[in-house]
Design a binder for this molecule. Structure first.
Ligand SMILES: [Zn+2]
Length: 416
């Protein structure tokens, strides 16, 4: 059933949602008001434990799969039907905020609690999912749990992703007792929803409380290796091949690629590793992460070609070898047209102004889209800030997004 009006008097408890968000923010709290719960650290596990505690209080089922994805289940009256899923992540980046990922999880919890309060049973089982290692801040690339669930990585590949110290995801899951027994993916899902903060400025600028995410930018990540030559600082400048000078030229070249492609152009250099990284020695090698993004896949392809040409040019000018290798990519993803339309109609019928929007950032929903009807709801980020301790979405917007989630989930799950 896809109607949106039944159950329309039902309202989530915005105060309880906000309280839960603030309670979760106490775990891994940073002095500037943000959070640090890197994937599969004790802080990440403590965040999951808080959620599991809340789930058990309400009598929901709790299970983990073999990549550590956490499932909170509210059984339906017809368990033979495929479940309706909602979820996001609890892990954060190093300079994380209180809302990125967390809103999608605790918004989902609020949906379940609201149905309990109203004594509403659904035909389909509702599954609230916490996806493992969304951010990739510790184990790159991100979305390991969701991509493993969707079959893009084998379980063995996902478990083998290692952090900078060589610890594998599989080892970290075991050490934290987050490794579960359920098989990873391979089962039907009726619909999958992810509520998330926008992480950009467009909804706030437009004064619109709810974004209906129709799809994604096209994103291409690369590893850039810059090979110079170590030497003493006594070496004349003209005789050096300084990998850091190469890096400086490369970063500016990367920046120009995005700037040349208008408002929708993004090009980023976001991570570097310098060897040997000591005072007194010219740098021998630099490894970098860079990426290009655009709403138009053709333009994104052209930007990737520009990036290759610009790096070749920087290498020629500096006389320092630079190698650009593909790393990770996503998009364009088009979310399920039926669910997108349901979200639009739900937002309007609930009195929330909304507009269509594309996501520039990667999300778990992108991983899920190839295997299940999937869609996302965005709410505004103050000043477009995210991955920042000051990340903020006001209580009314958190409640509006969760309200749309509730009624869309109910439409798909069927009220018994
Ligand atoms: Zn996120």
């Amino acid at each position: 059933m896809t109607e949106t009006d039944r159950g329309s008097n039902l309202a989530i408890n915005g105060e309880r949602l906000w309280d839960s968000l603030m309670r979760m923010a106490e775990i891994g709290a940073l002095p500037g008001g943000g959070c640090r719960r890197l994937g599969l650290t004790p802080e990440d596990s403590a965040g999951r434990a808080l959620l599991v505690g809340w789930a058990r209080e309400n009598g929901y089922g709790v299970a983990r799969d073999r990549i550590g994805n956490l499932f909170i289940r509210r059984p339906g009256t017809r368990p033979e039907l495929a479940p309706v899923m909602m979820g996001s992540h609890l892990d954060t980046v190093v300079t994380g905020g209180r809302f990125d990922g967390v809103l999608g999880v605790l918004g989902g919890l609020e949906v379940l609690r609201t149905l309990d309060d109203a004594g509403i049973a659904t035909e389909r089982t509702l599954e609230l999912v916490v996806w493992t290692n969304e951010e990739g801040a510790r184990f790159a690339p991100g979305n390991a749990g969701a991509f493993a669930f969707a079959g893009k990585y084998t379980l063995e590949q996902a478990l083998a992703h290692a952090d900078a110290d060589g610890t594998r995801i599989g080892d970290a899951l075991e050490a934290l007792h987050e490794l579960g027994l359920e098989p990873v993916g391979g089962r039907p899902i009726e619909a999958c929803f992810e509520l998330h903060v926008e992480q950009g400025p467009y909804l706030e600028r437009a004064g619109i409380p709810v974004g209906i995410v129709t799809g994604t930018y096209t994103v291409r990540y690369f590893n850039l290796t810059i090979a110079g030559e170590a030497s003493h600082l006594a070496q004349p400048l003209t005789d050096r091949r300084d990998a850091l000078v190469g890096m400086a030229e490369a970063i500016l070249a990367i920046r120009r690629v995005g700037a040349a492609h208008g408002e929708q152009g993004r090009s980023n250099a976001s991570w570097v590793k310098v060897f040997p990284n000591v005072r007194g020695t010219v740098a021998e090698t630099v490894q970098m992460s860079c990426d290009v993004r655009h709403a138009d896949p053709e333009v994104a392809r052209a930007m990737a070609a520009d990036l290759h040409a610009s790096i070749e040019d920087a290498s020629r000018r500096t006389g320092i070898a630079m190698t650009l290798d593909p790393f990770h990519q996503f998009g364009p993803v088009h979310f399920d047209a039926g669910l997108v339309d349901l979200l639009r109609r739900t937002a309007r019928s609930r009195g929330h102004r909304c507009q269509d929007i594309l996501t520039v950032a990667g999300h778990d929903a992108i991983a899920l889209a190839p295997i299940a009807p999937t869609a996302m709801i965005f709410v505004p980020s103050a000043a477009g800030l995210s991955h920042n301790e000051r990340e903020y979405t006001d209580p009314a917007a958190c409640a509006a997004g969760t309200d749309v989630l509730l009624h869309a989930v109910l439409a798909k799950a069927g009220r018994d």
